[in-house]
Design a protein. Structure first.
Ligand SMILES: Cc1ncc(COP(=O)(O)O)c(C=O)c1O
Length: 379
C-alpha cells in the first residue's frame, strides 16, 4: 500500500534498514557521535543563518509533548492564533498550563494576516498587558493551510517583547523555513511528515532570547523541560533513554537530504542548501500537480490557493463520496486521508510530502481518475 495520508508518510527502505542495526548504549561515545551528526543538517532544515545564535535539539516524544514543553518556557500571557485543529491544541495546552490564553480565531481554511495580528498585539500593548508569546501552526495539517511567516514576523515587530512559538510539524523539510529572518523563538516538529521518518521523536530550534527567558522561569516539568532537553542535546547527551533507532534514522535522512540523495534526476548533483531548496521546489510541483488534477475535475482546494500547503492538499469533495473514494483507492494500492474532524466527508487530503516522487503522485492521480466516476454521489 502506498501511503498518501498527511503523516505518517512513506519511509524509504534505506531509512527503515537504518533502524535495524545493533544497539548502542545511550551514554556511549557512539551515541554522542550520532547526536553530533544531526546538528549541521538540522540547522539547514530550520533555515538557520550561519552564525545564528539559535540552538537545535531532538526530543524523545511526539510533537504535542514539545508544544507543552515550549509553553513551559514563556510567561503567562499567550495569544494563540487558531485556524484549525492543531493550532487549537496550542491554546488548549496553554490553558491546561494555567496560562492567560487569548485566542485569535479564524474560520478553518483561512490564515491570520499581518494587520489582524498587529491589531491584537497593539491592543494588548495599549492596555499595558503585552503578550509574552504568540503561538501558531505554520502548516495546519487539518485544513491544508500554510500560513506565510513573513507577514507574521512584520506584525511581531509592533510588540518586540513577544516571543513567537511555531509548530512546523508538516512544514519542515517540505517548505522553506527562515528561523532567524522570521524572528522565530521556538519551532518544533515531529519527523513523520516531510522529514519522512517513522514517528516518535521531535526536532526543535530555540532562539537565544527564548532560552535566556526560559532559564529564569520556574521549572514545572522534568521530562518536558525545554532547557533540560536542549542543554542535554548541546552536551551530546539525552536526559533519559532516547529512541536510538530513530536518532540513527534522523541522522541518515538529514545527511541524505543534504547530499541530494533523495532528489529527482533533474536535481542530481545539488548539495547543501541548494539540495534543501530543490526539495522544497519538488514539494511545490507536487502541490501544483495535485491542484491541477482537482481543477480538471471541477474540485476546489479547501484553502484559497495562495494558502495551499506544498505538503498536504486538502480538496473540497464536492459531489464525491469521500469514504467511497478512499476505499476505491485502497483497492488500487493507495491510501489517502479523509477530511479532519469537522471536515470529514466534506474534504479529502493528500499528503504529497517527504520522499514521495512526482512519478508516484502521477500514479496516484491516474488511479483517482480511474475511480472518479464510480465514487460520485448519485442524486
Ligand atoms: C500540524 C500538526 N501539529 C501537531 C501535530 C501533533 O503531532 P503528534 O501527534 O505527533 O504529537 C500534528 C499531527 O498530525 C500536526 O499535523
Amino acid at each position: 500500500m502506498k501511503i498518501w495520508i498527511p503523516g505518517p508518510t512513506h519511509v524509504r527502505s534505506e531509512i527503515l534498514e537504518e533502524q535495524t542495526r545493533a544497539m548502542i548504549g545511550h551514554r556511549s561515545k557512539a551515541m554522542s557521535e550520532l547526536i553530533e551528526r544531526i546538528d549541521p543538517p538540522l540547522r539547514l532544515a530550520f533555515g538557520l543563518a550561519s552564525g545564528s545564535s539559535a540552538t537545535v535539539a531532538v526530543g524523545n516524544h511526539s510533537a504535542t509533548a514539545m508544544m507543552e514543553g515550549a509553553l513551559l518556557g514563556v510567561g503567562p500571557r499567550v495569544l494563540s492564533v487558531v485556524n484549525g485543529s492543531f493550532s487549537k491544541r496550542w491554546a488548549e495546552i496553554g490553558k491546561l498550563l494555567e496560562k492567560d490564553v487569548s485566542v485569535l480565531e479564524f474560520p478553518w481554511g483561512q490564515a491570520v494576516t499581518q494587520v489582524q495580528l498587529e491589531e491584537a498585539l497593539k491592543t494588548a500593548l495599549k492596555a499595558q498587558r503585552p503578550f509574552d508569546a504568540v503561538t501558531l501552526v505554520v502548516c495546519e495539517t487539518s485544513t491544508g493551510v500554510l500560513t506565510p511567516l513573513a507577514p507574521v514576523a512584520k506584525a511581531l515587530r509592533s510588540s518586540p517583547e513577544t516571543l513567537l512559538l511555531v509548530d512546523v510539524v508538516s512544514a519542515i523539510a517540505g517548505s522553506p523555513l527562515d528561523f532567524d529572518a522570521h524572528g522565530l523563538d521556538f519551532a518544533l516538529a515531529g519527523v513523520n511528515k516531510a522529514l519522512a521518518l517513522p514517528p516518535g521523536i521531535t526536532v526543535m530550534c530555540a532562539s537565544k532570547r527564548y532560552l535566556d527567558g526560559a532559564r529564569t522561569k520556574k521549572r514545572m516539568s522534568w521530562y518536558l523541560d525545554p532547557i533540560r532537553t536542549i542543554d542535554g542535546h548541546v552536551e551530546r547527551k539525552t536526559p533519559a533513554t532516547p529512541v536510538v533507532t530513530l536518532y540513527r534514522a534522523l541522522a541518515r535522512q538529514l545527511e541524505d537530504i543534504t547530499k541530494g540523495v533523495t532528489l529527482p534526476a533533474r536535481d542530481q548533483g545539488k548539495t547543501g542548501a541548494a539540495a534543501w531548496s530543490a526539495r522544497f521546489e519538488k514539494h511545490a510541483r507536487l502541490r501544483q500537480a495535485t491542484l491541477a488534477w482537482a481543477a480538471r475535475h471541477g474540485l476546489a482546494p479547501f484553502p484559497p490557493e495562495p494558502l495551499s500547503s506544498p505538503t498536504v492538499s486538502c480538496i473540497t469533495a464536492g459531489g464525491l463520496d469521500v469514504a467511497a473514494l478512499i476505499d476505491a483507492l485502497k483497492k488500487k494500492g493507495h491510501e489517502i486521508g479523509n477530511g479532519y474532524d469537522k471536515l470529514k466527508g466534506q474534504t479529502f487530503r493528500i499528503g504529497h510530502m517527504g520522499d514521495h516522487t512526482e512519478q508516484g503522485l502521477a500514479e496516484l492521480l491516474q488511479a483517482m481518475d480511474e475511480v472518479f466516476d464510480s465514487v460520485r454521489v448519485r442524486a
